[in-house]
Design a protein around this ligand. Sequence first.
Ligand code: SF4
Ligand code: SF4
Length: 446
Amino acid sequence: MKRTASGKFTGGFIFAPSTEVFKEKWKVKQNEVVTFIPERVYIPTQQHIGAPPELVVEVGDQVRAGDLIAKAGDFVSANTHATISGTVVDILEWPDNSGNKVETVVIKKKDDEVREKRQRNETFESMDKQQLIDRVTEAGVVGMGGATFPTHVKLTVDEDVEVETVVLNGAECEPFLEADNLLMQTESDKIVTGARIAQKILDAKKIVIAIEDDKPDAIQAMKKAAHAFSDIAIEVVNTNYPQGGEKQLLEGLFGIEVALDGLPVDAGTYLMNVATSAAVTDAVEQQEPLINRFCTVTGDVQNKQTVSCPIGTLTGDLIDFCEGFLGDPRKIFVGGPMMGKSIDTLEVPITKSSNGLVVINTENARYYEESPCIRCNLCAEVCPMRLEPQNLDLFYRAGEYKRCQDLKADACINCGACTYVCPARRDLARNITAAAGKINELLQEA
Ligand code: SF4
Ligand code: SF4
């Protein structure tokens, strides 16, 4: 861990005016929750990093929302739950957002399904640390900012590890996405409670909640929710990309530079996305599993909005709920256009980490021919991980994976910043991700 002199994180950039035009055009202006419950959900049993869970239901079973359908297969694994009440009508291999077919449980909604908001019935203060962790484990909470690492594992730190600060990440930096922004406006108390639960488990001295300066309503709501707690600070950070990256946020907040292969906990911090924090509160105080999430549907769709929907909702159903496409869709991203995944079927379900759907139609999609690298170094200047994207790209194309490994391709956070700025239109991020995959394959074979 190294401390830098400046408060700003390394690399990064502000989006070009051409992107800002679309940010305004596709902006979701909403401060109330819109809920959608589809007729069927397609729930992948594994939505986390770690061991696959074991199925505990069969076709024909009646389930209620929140019932366990797949049990964690190991400590580093997570439970998966029914997200609507109804009948298990199929268990099949179904596409996920990476294009792979994965074990999926299909539930048909029962006719009189009503989603009721539960009232708090317990407070975390009366529970000990192990009880708190057990409830998070039971609820299948994972990192909802994209990491999908099981939260109970992350909260279980060695006794000799000192965590001074719990940092909540409200820097939703992907363009067009507003899911965390809306959550901070509508569930601010719950988010603060989740941070206090983590603080209690980790014996942390303080909490910092970081929010980008383009979210004034969220800042106000979170300040109000945190007002009664002298050990909670709201830090307003610049709207730079990728401000929401774990290491970038720590560097921007505290001037702490975590090593490429290090973790935030090495710097005495515990980072958690705001949506994960709300899920922790649901898990602990209401014993409610992670079965729902906010998802922004925007871009070239008729009704741009952030929708609260059950996990397992198909992207096609969600787009229909938003009144369909505007024009002919050319690209659809689950997540944002920078770090999200481009999908080629509307049968992909929303998972625990799907914070948005961004549709780009044929009129707005851009097509570029790549050209040779002109060695301008722009990609290296914006890389928040201090990598050499131009060289990684060249070595990957040449099949020189050992050199990619030497240049730390596996430290790439796939933020897409290098691709975005490259004047030669080279898809550097895609190739560097592929290089990291190759390195991983070779390491496993060795
Ligand atoms: S995608 Fe990877 S290599 Fe490119 S800027 Fe982001 S971290 Fe750096
Ligand atoms: S930004 Fe593109 S053209 Fe410039 S050095 Fe990087 S790869 Fe080469």
